[in-house]
Design a protein around this ligand. Structure first.
Ligand SMILES: Cc1ncc(COP(=O)(O)O)c(C=O)c1O
Length: 434
């Protein structure tokens, strides 16, 4: 583990230069490190990522969540190698895709049937489309600060700088047709009374309510998810859990098992693809029926096709991942390791007298530089974002890779990794200043 940053190699400098010319912003998405910290991954094994300059990082980004077993897990690699020899994609049924659908239905309380997609964004997009077809209504309700991917209906009021009065939606991206703002109603997370009031007025125009059971890293208040379940049931509105992050992470049956609340539909991604592009909509058979090509012409039919949907290599990787997760004690252990990092970071904050808090679930959490209780998106706006950026940059400089607003824990992290990380967190908290 290299704590001192070595000089950037000429190979890495050349790659970064090429990336800067060929990729907008020199990056693959919205995240961009300061130029002096930019790097290119060369390989990853377990929880260690290495770059083209030979630097090593302890990984808490984990591919933005899919690598719950750590990188290059031998069981997953074996399953993928085996499938590769039989071909990589068919655009047709394959044994791994069928078995993965079955395993999801065995594991997840709401899942009677599964439709595969390639990304989590597509999974929430098609879950919403299926709900619209089923309920014969157009509008959806989502929660302020909730993220459901990058499609036009999802990128509404996920990160509004100055939020409007509920339920008005604000697009998070240029290029989204303004007409769609009227199709999405925004509610405050963890505020059941306001949701109830909004539903009393708008229920009849709603096709679905979609929620991240743990919104980003904000936990649901006691009774919030159960209350949403009761209210949506009262009005006959399908409730969709976005389990792209929480699925097979919080428990084998996802957040719906963990919190004991069963939605009508759920979107999965990340872990179920074992590090390959695979995601899914799962849920009640009577709603999923809209995807059945046999209903075309006789009932609401949802067209949903994707060249790589249910890709056999991805399905084999997902199945191998789930087999490891079924081993006894896996979830208890990962929660204990993550819990130790969470409480260790909270202790550091206290000891250093810093105004900050650690919020989330033991496998998915982060630090916020504010003392305002983090119950919803508006509370997160009190976070000292510049200080969090300085903390993240100091972590990276010292060999810790984390997301801009998330620390993911994997089953491969050890107590030794946690101890090493806490030493670096302490240094980064000091470097981030006040
Ligand atoms: C809760 C949630 N839903 C949906 C998505 C979108 O998934 P993808 O990036 O695979 O499109 C993400 C991605 O991080 C997510 O966190």
């Amino acid at each position: 583990m290299t704590l001192e940053r070595t000089l950037r190699s000429s190979e890495e400098a050349a790659l970064l230069d090429l990336a800067g010319r060929r990729l907008p912003g020199g990056v693959l998405g919205n995240a961009r490190y300061p130029d002096e910290l930019a790097f290119v991954v060369k390989s990853a094994q377990g929880v260690r990522v290495r770059d083209w300059s030979g630097r090593e990082y302890i990984d808490y980004l984990l591919g933005s969540g899919p690598m719950f077993l750590g990188h290059a897990h031998p069981a997953v690699t074996r399953a993928v190698m085996e499938q590769l020899t039989h071909g990589t994609t068919y655009f047709h049924l394959s044994e791994p895709a069928i078995q993965l659908a079955d395993e999801i239905c065995r594991a997840v309380p709401c899942a009677e049937q599964v439709r595969f997609t390639s990304t989590g964004s597509e999974a929430t997009f098609f879950a919403l489309r299926a709900a619209r077809a089923f309920r014969q209504r157009d509008k959806i309700m989502k929660f302020e600060g909730g993220y459901h991917g990058s499609h036009d209906y999802a990128l509404m009021s996920s990160t509004p700088k100055s939020p409007k009065a509920f339920p008005a939606a604000m697009p998070d991206s240029a290029g989204i047709p303004h007409v769609l703002e009227g199709e999405v109603l925004i509610a405050p997370y963890n505020d059941l009374a306001t949701v109830e009031g909004l539903l009393a007025v708008h229920a009849d125009s709603l096709a679905a309510v979609i929620v991240e059971p743990l919104q980003r890293v904000i936990p649901p208040r006691e009774g919030f998810l159960g209350g949403l379940r009761r209210l949506t049931q009262r009005y006959g509105i399908p409730l969709i859990f976005d389990e792209v992050v929480t699925g097979f992470r919080f428990a084998y049956g996802g957040a719906q098992e963990y919190y004991g609340v069963t939605p009508d539909l759920a979107a999965f991604g990340k872990i179920i693809g074992g590090g390959f592009p695979l995601a899914a909509v799962a849920g009640r058979a009577d709603i999923m029926k809209a995807f059945d090509p046999r209903v075309q012409g006789s009932g609401p039919f949802v067209s949903q096709v994707g060249t790589l949907n249910g890709n056999p290599v991805a399905a084999a990787a997902g199945l191998a991942t789930l087999a490891v997760l079924r081993q006894p004690g896996v979830y208890e252990r990962v929660r204990a390791v993550g819990g130790a990092l969470m409480s260790g970071l909270a202790d550091l904050v206290k000891r250093l007298g810093i105004v900050a808090q650690v919020v989330g679930h033991p496998t998915c959490f982060d630090i916020f530089f504010t003392d305002v209780p983090l119950v919803d998106y508006r509370a997160t706006l009190t976070n000292d974002a510049a200080r969090l950026r300085r903390f993240n940059d100091a972590c990276l400089k010292n060999g810790i890779l984390k997301g801009a607003t998330k620390i993911y824990i994997s089953c491969a992290h050890t107590e030794a990794d946690i101890a090493q990380t806490l030493a670096i967190f302490e240094q980064a908290l000091v470097e981030a200043g006040s």
